[in-house]
Design a protein around this ligand. Structure first.
Ligand SMILES: Cc1cc2nc3c(=O)[nH]c(=O)nc-3n(C[C@H](O)[C@H](O)[C@H](O)COP(=O)(O)O)c2cc1C
Length: 365
């Protein structure tokens, strides 16, 4: 059996990527990643990741160039694989009116107009195929993804270009599917994790497995390296994940509070507020289940839970509201994504946070 120390210093992620420490800074989609965060983590010996699912192909091309200029070390760029029906979900004018009417009071409080029908209709955002084409052409060292499995053509092209692929599983069956498709490593994402759930084989409510239960089962089921995600924020979590067989950890919320993340000051403060001790899963903000800190918008809108439009319609409906509220520090209207370990995080620079994780882990090992 491998020792925990050898898993930490010379494990399979080290072999695959050449990173010094088996610590992945989880990607943040929707504008919360930053080039500074990714390059700081990469330079400090971890794998930095940028969540790019909201970007147009030309923006992805520029992003990869910026990241490459910013660091000589490996980094990952992350996309969301589209799920069935996502770009073709119907939205009648009557549905549009009904859904807008519910958020209108909040829009008016911030002096905002209604979002237009074309902005909200499915298919308005960048499509995955053109994002993936731009990403593969730009050639980041690592392409990570969530919500599904890219086509064989995309995975083959990544391999041809020498780009390492990392998929995300929320169940054992998803991990087996990703391994079978030929991805190089898999994130086992427990339901403790912050942000959106990436279930793609079964309904998300039937795919909520906690990290401590999911991780060893995924380790037993696949041969590829397994990266543990969800609820890990300090050295105790890292050592526990290694003991359960992980090759590496992916930390999201812990890096969200660091100085370099693009989360607002209000979001970072909320991560250490009393409500962060009991995060919830909600569809309110985007139409897709995600873990965050309850606030006024989430609580008041929960009465419409049974009749919310799916992702990406609800995401587009509330986007302007959330962006404006975020800019103006109104945390009551913003998705305060957070994992269950939020209270364990420390507001440091990314370099200092990673250095603390490394020193404390080495002490414990
Ligand atoms: C604000 C936020 C945004 C996220 N966006 C993405 C994303 O776009 N793609 C992805 O694969 N994971 C995303 N995640 C998941 C993280 O990368 C990571 O796996 C997760 O946060 C780990 O659990 P933790 O929050 O308990 O550390 C996001 C997480 C957060 C908190």
């Amino acid at each position: 059996m491998r020792s925990l120390r050898s898993a930490w210093t010379g494990g399979r992620l080290h072999d695959l990527l050449g990173v010094r420490y088996p610590v992945v800074q989880g990607p943040f989609g929707g504008g919360l990643s930053s080039v500074d965060l990714v390059t700081a983590v990469a330079d400090a010996g971890g794998l930095g990741s940028f969540g790019a699912h909201h970007l147009r192909p030309d923006q992805i091309t520029r992003l990869v160039a910026d990241l490459r200029r910013g660091t000589g070390q490996p980094f990952a760029v992350n996309l969301w694989v589209p799920q069935d029906g996502e770009r073709s979900a119907g939205l009648t004018e009557a549905d549009y009116e009904r859904h807008v009417a519910r958020i209108r009071p909040y829009l008016r409080e911030l002096d905002l107009r209604d979002p237009s029908y074309p902005d909200v209709a499915p298919g308005a955002g960048p499509d995955f195929e053109s994002q993936a084409t731009a990403l593969l052409a730009a050639g980041p060292p690592v392409f990570s993804f969530v919500m599904g499995v890219p086509t064989r053509a995309v995975l083959d092209e990544a391999r041809r270009r020498g780009i390492v692929t990392i998929g995300t599983a929320t169940t054992v069956a998803e991990a087996v599917t990703l391994a079978g498709a030929g991805v190089d490593a898999v994130v086992a994402s427990g339901s403790d994790a912050g942000g959106h759930r990436g279930a793609f084989l079964r309904p998300v409510e039937e795919s909520l497995v906690g990290t401590f239960s999911l991780l060893p089962q995924v380790v037993d089921a696949v041969q590829i390296p397994v990266i543990a995600a969800g609820g890990i924020a300090d050295a105790r979590g890292i050592v526990a994940a290694l003991a359960l067989g992980a090759d590496a950890v992916q930390i999201g919320t812990g890096f969200l509070v660091t100085a370099e993340s693009a989360a607002s000051a209000a979001h970072k403060a909320a991560l250490h507020g009393p409500e962060a001790q009991t995060t919830v899963l909600t569809r309110t903000f985007t139409g897709r289940l995600a873990r965050g800190i309850p606030n006024r918008f989430l609580r008041e809108m929960s009465r419409f839970d049974a009749d919310l439009p799916p992702y990406p319609i609800q995401d587009a409906l509330t986007r302007h509201l959330r962006r404006t509220a975020n800019r103006t520090g109104r945390s009551d209207y913003v998705h305060l994504w957070a994992g269950q370990a939020a209270p364990l995080t420390t507001p440091l620079t990314a370099r200092d946070y990673l250095a603390t994780l490394v020193a404390d882990t080495e002490k414990r090992l």
